[in-house]
Every structure is written in C-alpha cells, then in structure tokens.
Ligand binder design. Structure first.
Ligand SMILES: Nc1nc2c(ncn2[C@@H]2O[C@H](COP(=O)(O)OP(=O)(O)OP(=O)(O)O)[C@@H](O)[C@H]2O)c(=O)[nH]1
Ligand SMILES: [Mg+2]
Length: 410
C-alpha cells in the first residue's frame, strides 16, 4: 500500500472544538512518561485514568468523523459492500438445501467436495492466524487483543516518538470503530488513522495575505533552534515573493554575532533592521515601522530552565505586543525536552508553532505530542540552512504524513 494513499481526496472539516487540553499537572506528567509495552500494567491508576481520558476523546472524534465526514460516508459505502460480500460464504446452505441447490446448478456432489475442503482449509488458516495474533498479544502483556496490522501500525507510531499513551489511545479509538471483517484491512486502517490525525492538528493561516498594517510577528524559543535563520527566511519570502513591505527588529543583543548575522541579511535583502536594548526601545521601534506591512521580531534564545531570563524575554515581548508569537522548536530535540520547552515557554503565550530542522529529524512524530497537548496551529516547517528557500508553510496533509509515516512519508 502506498504511503500516500490514505490522504488522497480527504477533506478536513469540523475540526473546531474537537480538542480540549488535558487539565491537570498529573496528567501532563503522565502524558510524557514513557511506558513501554512491557510495563503497561505497572503504569498505575493515574496512567490508566489518563489513557481512558485520551481514548474517550479520540473515540469522540472518531464518532464525529463517522457522522460528519464525506470521506467516511464513502468508506461506509465501501464497507457495506465489503460486508455484504463477506456475508455470502457465511450463509452456507446445508443438507437438502445444498443438495437441491447443487442439482439446480448442474453440479454433482463429487465436484462439491474439493470446494468444501478448500473452504474449510481457508477457514482453518484464518483461525490459525487469529490464534497467532492472540498469542502475540498475550506475550506482549497487552490488556486486549489487537490484530496484527494494528500492532504493526502501533509500533510504527511508537517508533516515530509519538507518546506511548497517545499512540495507544489512537489505536484504540480506531480499533473501536473496526468491524471484525475489517480487522485485517490495512488500507482502511490507514485511512481512518489519517482522518483521526487530521482532526488533531491545525495549520495557521498564511500570513502573506494579512492586511492589518504594522502586523507584528515575533519568534521566540530556546537557544540555537533556528529563530534568526527562520525570521530571515520569512522576511525574504514576504518581500521577494509577495512584494510586502517588511521591517526587522531584534532584541538579541546577547551575542555580537547575532546582530551581525541579521544585519548582513538585512543589507542584502534591503530590509531595515533595528536593534533594541530595552522594552522601551522595542516600543519606539515598533512605532517607527507602524506603516510597514510586517514587523518581524527576532528574540534572544533562552533556556527554558532559566526563569529569570524567561521573565526578561516576556517583558520585551509584552512591550512589542505582537499579533503572532511563534514558538520555534527543533525537531532534532527529544520528545521529553520538546515537551519541557513547550511547557515552560507557554507562560510567554505563544499562539503558533514553528518546527525547524525537519531535514535532520528522524522522528517528526513528536509534533503530535505537542499539537495534541498545546493545540496551537503550526505556521511553518523548516528544512535546511538556506535562506530563503528552506521554509515551508505548514500543510495539514504533509504534517499528518510525517506523524504517521515519519520522514519516509513525504
Ligand atoms: N539543518 C538545519 N539547520 C538549521 C535550520 N534552521 C536553522 N539551522 C541552523 O541552526 C543553527 C542555529 O540557527 P540560528 O538561526 O542562529 O538559531 P537561533 O535560534 O537564532 O539561535 P540563538 O539566537 O543563538 O538562540 C545555524 O547553524 C542554522 O544554519 C534547518 O531548518 N535545518
Ligand atoms: Mg538568533
């Protein structure tokens, strides 16, 4: 099955209101606690509660999909047909009925035996396979039986660094919608997974078409994730590809090289750049550029663990009062670090995610952990060091493929 097929022709609707953040700290902690398959049973009661919470929510989404999505109607029609087809061998005539039927079709009993044996053999093969699946489930300490295709997909999501509880809840939600006759249907499983993931992620509207004058866009995040490079890419894209009037402000006076880095770019691109040393200066420079289409603001990289530095950064951001605050995160970071960074930076009220270094990432599935927990739309993905080309506006289907199939999916 082609990796791209489950996305063909899908439409996305009714996404609003499907998600609600997990509420308490204990849940947050549990969401990121990695429970391997083998220690599922020791996950404790709060883990089980969390699982039930996530599973319920995802099942709700699946339920809505079943009633709202045009594609699901299509799937149901296909399923209905498949269901009817699968019923035929079950409604097997017996005794006299079979005899008269065979006579009426001109077949004799001698010829029917090989057919019956063939049918029985197929049935035995099916039972053997089911038994193997059940045995495998039992060996893996799973609390319930999962068909092999589901287990394979579950492992694939886990390998893509999607959190254990989330992986399991997604698989459970899809499995709960699956009829026994569909349990080996990989294509249908992939399609339902794709539909579910598409409901869990959001893409930000493109900024190039924004008409508000002096529209302020700030990038913030930990050190070295690619904030300055990405600001330059966005600025160049707005100016060169969309003919918009752009100004740059940086509050990163911490590193001399940072100012030089952006100044060199600004000179080449013909974009004005202001360096601000205080929140007051930030306000003054914003005022200066208020007639520009866009004011892009680069900020100093800060460790999520340094509360004092984060408070200082917050003062600069509050002085700028940007329309958009993009939290920039590198996909090369591990899932725990990413979760910790996003949690600590949430005090700075980001309203977008930018995921950088997709080109270097081996597990882009980590995006789902953050998108599920923080429910922010994604504005951009970046794919390399080259300004301005290695920048992609976030696209739902591309993100869903990355989440479900890793880098091999795109
Ligand atoms: N492979 C790859 N490298 C990137 C990408 N974006 C940025 N980089 C590189 O990451 C390094 C850091 O980039 P910067 O833009 O300086 O990162 P920053 O977040 O501004 O760093 P600080 O200001 O020090 O916090 C540079 O070597 C960039 O070329 C990307 O999408 N892929
Ligand atoms: Mg920088």
């Amino acid at each position: 099955v082609s990796a791209t097929r489950p996305f063909d022709g899908l439409s996305v609707a009714n996404r609003d209101g499907l998600l609600s953040p997990l509420s308490n700290d204990a849940s947050d902690k549990n969401l990121m606690e990695d429970q391997t398959v083998n220690n599922r049973q020791s996950a404790g009661r709060s883990g089980t509660r969390l699982m039930a919470q996530i599973t319920d929510r995802l099942r709700g989404v699946m339920g809505r999909l079943a009633t709202n999505e045009p594609i699901e109607r299509k799937s149901r029609r296909i399923l209905r047909n498949a269901g009817e087809a699968s019923k035929k061998p079950v409604a097997e005539p017996t005794g006299n009925m079979m005899l008269s039927k065979l006579k009426s079709t001109g077949m004799n009993l001698k010829r029917s035996r090989p057919d019956q044996i063939h049918h029985l053999e197929a049935e035995i093969q099916g039972l053997k396979k089911t038994l193997r699946d059940v045995m495998a489930s039992v060996q893996q300490n799973q609390t319930h039986y999962l068909p092999e295709v589901f287990r394979q997909v579950e492992q694939r999501l886990r390998n893509n660094d999607i959190h254990e509880a989330l992986t399991k809840a997604i698989i459970d939600a899809v499995y709960s919608q699956t009829q026994p006759s569909e349990s080996q249907d990989r294509r249908l499983l992939e399609k339902r997974l794709a539909l579910l993931v598409l409901q869990l992620i959001r893409q930000a509207p493109a900024i190039e078409s924004v008409k508000t004058p002096g529209y302020k866009v700030a990038l913030l995040g930990p050190t070295g994730v690619g904030k300055t490079t990405t600001v330059a890419k966005i600025a160049a894209n707005l100016k060169l590809n969309h003919g918009r009037k752009v100004a740059l402000i940086t509050s990163d006076t911490f590193r001399i090289a940072a100012i030089e880095q952006l100044q060199t770019f600004a000179n080449i691109a013909g974009i004005p750049l202001s360096v601000v040393y205080s929140p007051t200066e930030m306000q003054q420079e914003i005022e200066r550029y208020r007639d520009y289409d866009f004011i892009l603001i680069d900020t100093v990289g800060r460790s999520q663990k340094n509360q004092r530095q984060l408070s200082e950064l917050k003062e600069f951001l509050d002085a700028a009062d940007p329309h958009e605050r993009h939290l920039v995160l590198s996909l090369t970071n591990g899932k725990r670090t990413l979760f910790d960074v996003a949690t600590r930076f949430s005090d700075l009220n980001p309203n977008r995610f930018i995921f950088t270094k997709l080109d270097e990432s081996t597990t882009p599935g980590v995006m789902l952990n953050l998108l599920y927990k923080f429910q922010l739309p994604v504005s951009y993905l970046t794919t390399g060091q080259t300004v301005p080309t290695d920048l992609r506006p976030a696209h739902l289907k591309e993100m869903a493929k990355l989440i479900l199939y890793g880098n091999a999916g795109v």
